[in-house]
Design a protein around this ligand. Sequence first.
Ligand SMILES: Nc1nc2c(c(=O)[nH]1)N[C@H]1C(S)=C(S)[C@@H](COP(=O)(O)OP(=O)(O)OC[C@H]3O[C@@H](n4cnc5c(N)ncnc54)[C@H](O)[C@@H]3O)O[C@H]1N2
Ligand code: MOO
Length: 390
Amino acid sequence: MISVAEALENVFSLCSPLDTETVPLRESSGRTLAEDAVAKRDQPPFASSAMDGYGVAADHPQIGDSFSVIGESAAGHGYDGPIGAGEAVRIFTGAPVPNGVTRVIIQEDVTRDGDTITVSEDLSENRNIRPLGGDFKIGDRITAPRRLSPQDINLLAAMNIPEVTVHRRPVVALIATGDELVMPGETPGPSQIIASNSFGLAAMIEEAGGVARMLPIAPDDEEMLRQTFALAEGADVILSIGGASVGDHDLVGKVATDLGLDRAFYKVAMRPGKPLMAGKLGGSIMLGLPGNPVSAMVTARLFLLPALAALQGLAPAPAARITTTLLAPVSANGPREHYMRAELTEEGVTPFERQDSSLMSILSRANALLVRAPQDPAREAGDTVEVIRL
Ligand SMILES: Nc1nc2c(c(=O)[nH]1)N[C@H]1C(S)=C(S)[C@@H](COP(=O)(O)OP(=O)(O)OC[C@H]3O[C@@H](n4cnc5c(N)ncnc54)[C@H](O)[C@@H]3O)O[C@H]1N2
Ligand code: MOO
């Protein structure tokens, strides 16, 4: 049995960044930039007004100073002529600042009578002018690799970049195994349950930028399982669920080995998730997840998500941890790293009473995993602990 950290290193050594493709900006959300994106414009492309008011050619107008309004500059329609001393131009937020204007006085600070404005308030230091290129300049870069957020896409659009080069989405073939499983919506027999894990995992994969290919449920039969593995051909990752342990009907390890699995490890010192396996099967990475639903989701969070990030060209990194305060005592931990389902609030973290790895209702209520190192001693409320947000 190897440690979680060693197992993760092993998984990373199976992952190299996938090839790249160019996609329209509208399809780039959550994708990982593979080449730097370079601004084609200055923003703003001209000095622009930050407020609605009047542009004047005066540095320190005082209460009582008057200006005659000679034109208008609106967003999308600038004012071409220059502005001289004693003159003002009506100006709106985002509009180009005409030549000669050195400050914009907000309209609340003047009174207007016909085409004459008079300063009525003490003016602030702020000139209310945004300089040309004050946000970004031609040639400024968004550097790869980077997972594109909505904020990044906003910036890319403003840079006039209509398409970006990103890493291909990793395709993950999901193989649920077990005679007991039927799909949601079907009528289960007396000994059957619903194959829920594939659905949670598919959602997780898609949220991480991958494509989930859900294969038919494989019954506990070597030949059928072999056939299902054949359907996974071409996937970047083959993700099996269940059949990983030591029972008579746990066939995944045997079938994958027969098919040529180059196994990197089997069994990790973690709870839940001990019977996790990983390796290379043909051109695919294989991750064999345990069937217990919490074990499957937790191992996917800890191993599959970092692998999907690495396949998309991001630097290999474990799930991020934060420190917080433990709000309830916990007993000493055993030899496996324990990922306890927990509720994280601003005050700290409270693990749930029931930690059995079959409990999907608890996992759904949890918003964090409290991480307990192997042999961690008993802890009191008030201790500092590490958690992974879910
Ligand atoms: N004698 C031992 N028994 C077990 C050990 C052990 O070390 N010695 N390990 C236990 C641990 S820990 C885990 S975790 C499980 C993992 O077993 P498998 O990966 O072989 O999983 P299955 O036996 O196929 O299923 C376990 C459990 O999960 C349900 N399941 C399976 N697939 C799905 C699915 N797609 N959706 C929803 N639920 C699923 C299945 O019905 C079982 O209830 O082994 C322990 N046993
Ligand atoms: O290692 Mo198992 O995943 O605890 O139920």
